[in-house]
Design a protein around this ligand. Structure first.
Ligand SMILES: [Zn+2]
Length: 300
């Protein structure tokens, strides 16, 4: 089913992800709006403004990365570990457009750069990014790169380039009004085989003069139009639109399986507690209570 520019979903205020080809199929473009995704992450984790920026950008980048998945169950896990106060964050994004994430420090203070703007980089300092792609094959693909920027978008692009030899450009924006998420979006451009130096130079020039995407969104442009604005190519071919959302997949059964997978000594220790145990999901903060009787049933 082909997607065209008149599709009302492209101009709707809802979250979505759209893919396209440009420059005669030599450039792949992905754009998404992730406002509701970031709002949900902020609500679930009680995030401060800087923590919202950091996890919101990471979630949006995960959605862009997962855009190439063909199967609903294909998924990727991205983990950032750093020496700054942010410490770590994790995002899981799946082929069905869902994502979820966690951040070690939900209440990061408002660290700013020299222009007085909130700076994720200031909370990250040095560190590394690990990406695990699970495409249902026997072994997942794992790649790790050192962080080069700390502002997330460049770090994800550095990963694509060094770990998967895919050159590209990424823009990530979480636009805050105070602590309210006004909008959030991402834009990814990937050079495909067949890109020549002249085209790369033209792309570099356009990227250098491209304003932050929050500017375009505040001017009323849609995420799909960002692809057009960046490339300036009348022959952009839209491919696919999918909904994206923040969705946790935890369940009582999953939590029970995690408990059952513990070593016997740990299970015996848990079963000795008359109060049972409360397990909290890191991605949605839902709490699951297991009584002493239930814990006893996990023993041989
Ligand atoms: Zn959960």
């Amino acid at each position: 089913m082909s997607l065209n520019w008149d599709d009302p979903r492209l101009a709707a205020p809802d979250d979505y992800l759209v893919t396209a080809l440009a420059a005669d199929g030599r450039v792949r473009l992905v754009a998404c709006r992730s406002r509701a995704v970031v709002q949900e992450a902020q609500r679930l984790h009680g995030l401060s403004p800087l923590s919202t920026l950091a996890l919101g950008r990471f979630l949006t980048g995960g959605l862009l990365f997962a855009s190439s998945f063909k199967e609903e169950h294909d998924n990727l896990t991205m983990r950032l570990d750093c020496s700054g106060p942010l410490r770590s964050m994790t995002v899981i994004a799946e082929g069905d457009g869902s994502c979820r994430g966690e951040i070690a420090e939900p209440q990061l203070p408002s660290l700013v750069d020299q222009q007085g703007r909130l700076a994720v980089r200031a909370a990250v300092e040095g560190g590394r990014l690990t990406v695990i792609r699970d495409l249902g094959l026997r072994e997942p693909y794992v790649g790790t790169v050192p962080l080069v920027s700390g502002e997330i978008a460049q770090d994800l692009i550095s990963y694509l380039y060094h770990s998967e030899q895919r050159p590209g450009v990424m823009f990530l924006s979480v636009d805050l009004d105070g602590n309210q998420v006004h909008d959030a979006a991402g834009l990814l451009l990937e050079a495909l085989p067949g890109v020549d130096d002249a085209l790369l130079e033209r792309i570099e020039q356009r990227v250098a003069g491209f304003p932050e995407i929050s500017y375009w969104l505040r001017e009323g442009f849609s995420p799909a139009q960002l692809m057009d604005l960046l490339m300036g190519d009348p022959g952009i071919h839209l491919l696919e639109l999918r909904e994206v959302s923040y969705r946790c997949r935890c369940s009582r059964e999953r939590m029970r399986r995690n408990l059952a997978a513990l070593g016997l000594g740990d299970r015996e220790e848990l079963a000795a507690d008359p109060d049972g145990i409360d397990l909290i999901c890191h991605f949605c903060n839902r709490s699951y209570h297991f009584s002493q009787t239930e814990l006893g049933e996990l023993l041989p």
